[in-house]
Design a protein around this ligand. Structure first.
Ligand SMILES: *Cc1c(COP(=O)(O)O)cnc(C)c1O
Length: 390
């Protein structure tokens, strides 16, 4: 699928300062040798099974299926240890770091979910862990800061710039350049410079591999459609990737349309972005006419990002995956519907995938559909209460 190593069509690559190239080269070699070895895989899949709790169930949502006249299955990533799919990638990367002889991992986090996953994996595998986080995000996500501290991680507040995610990324990169000898940078999604998009995809594609076996066992056929929300794009890539070769299976990614595309308050890169270079990769980016990165908005922090994994751009170009979006109000409604109808409180990110299905359910009449339920919604209760109060 890649023309050149690290490229997906025209997207991807390694757009980083010279000082970072040795880090990426070392990581690339480690990934393509160590992480491909039998021993690594055995250990990694061992943790996924006994620690994360895989395989996660593929659950037939009977009540929603009746309501919308289709057959809906939910891939229950919300049942992973720590409550979302992110732990799969975090364990993969921290295990690789350990095999590389690193004693320390660093990561950036916005809403805190990737920080918690990385801190968890570091505690499990005995590595030192430092998480960079904008001070504004630390205030908004105080519970996750406490969680990371309890897991033994040091959370460093970043005071520069907008004091949010992108400033935290810059600080983490600075640390990595300085401490590369003993440190691995754990990136949280299928984004950034090569080899990250390829590596993260490999660690999360267990989701789709399981889903194929499970749906074949339950239904005897592959689904008509698979739907997932897309922030950086890892839970979507994780479930889509093993399905790509089955051309009859429609794959649909759902972005955050926030308060509506026309308001500018959204994070729908494919609806309103264009090709640019951002944080190490060529991809779709929300930017103004001078190439300045636009502020994004979504009710769900995990989808609130100005760019998207490069392979998603390629899959869109070749028409293999189609991308839609869901607005906040429909997302909150979907969140409530799943809670009330099935007794499952979903993450607001995952609620985007569900909101898309509900809004377009007539297009899926009598169809077999799998939605990737990327995480659980405990973390979002206050956000929903606040939203509903207006
Ligand atoms: C972080 C997060 C996402 C968005 O990240 P992707 O890389 O696009 O998967 C989606 N769902 C949940 C529950 C998350 O925590």
């Amino acid at each position: 699928m890649m023309k050149k190593q690290g490229y997906f069509g025209i997207y991807g690559g390694q757009f980083v300062p010279e000082t970072l190239m040795p880090n990426l080269t070392e990581l690339k070699h480690a990934f393509f040798s160590l992480a491909k070895s039998k021993n690594f895989k055995k250990e990694f899949y061992g943790y996924l099974k006994d620690y994360v709790g895989r395989p996660t169930p593929l659950y037939f949502a009977e009540n929603l299926s009746k309501k919308y006249k289709l057959r809906l299955y939910l891939k229950r990533e919300d049942l992973c240890h720590t409550g979302a799919h992110k732990i799969n990638n975090a364990i993969g990367q921290v295990l690789l770091a350990k095999k590389m002889g690193k004693i320390r991992v660093i990561a950036e986090t916005g809403a805190g979910q990737h920080g918690v996953a990385t801190a968890t994996a570091a505690a499990l595998l005995g590595l030192e862990c430092v998480i960079y986080m904008g001070v504004l995000d630390m205030e908004r996500q105080a519970i996750n800061v406490t969680r990371m501290n309890m897991l033994g991680a040091k959370v460093v507040g970043v005071e520069s710039g907008s004091r949010t995610l992108k400033d935290a990324i810059n600080e983490a990169l600075r640390d990595w350049v300085t401490n590369v000898r003993n440190t691995h940078y754990v990136l949280g999604t299928v984004f950034g410079p090569h080899p990250y998009p390829t590596m993260v995809k490999e660690f999360v594609s267990i989701i789709g591999k399981e889903a194929i076996l499970q749906i074949k066992k339950k239904e005897g056929v592959l689904p008509d459609a698979v739907i997932a929300c897309v922030g950086g794009g890892s839970n979507a890539m994780g479930i889509f990737y093993p399905f790509i070769k089955y051309k009859k299976v429609k794959l649909i990614g759902v972005e955050a349309a926030g308060k509506g595309i026309e308001t500018g308050l959204h994070a729908a890169r494919f609806a309103n972005g264009r090709v640019g270079i951002f944080q190490g990769a060529k991809s779709f980016v929300l930017q103004d006419k001078n190439g300045q990165i636009l502020n994004t908005y979504s009710v769900s922090a995990g989808l609130d990002y100005a760019s998207i994994g490069p392979e998603h751009c390629y899959l869109k170009d070749i028409g293999r995956v189609s991308y839609g979006y869901a607005m906040d109000n429909d997302v909150i409604e979907a969140f409530n519907i799943l809670s009330l109808e099935e007794g499952i409180i979903p993450a607001l990110e995952s609620s985007h995938a569900l909101a898309y299905l509900i809004k377009h359910h007539m297009d899926f009449k009598d169809k077999l559909v799998v939605v990737n339920l990327s995480g659980r919604g405990d973390k979002d209760l206050l956000t929903v209460i606040k939203y509903e109060k207006g």
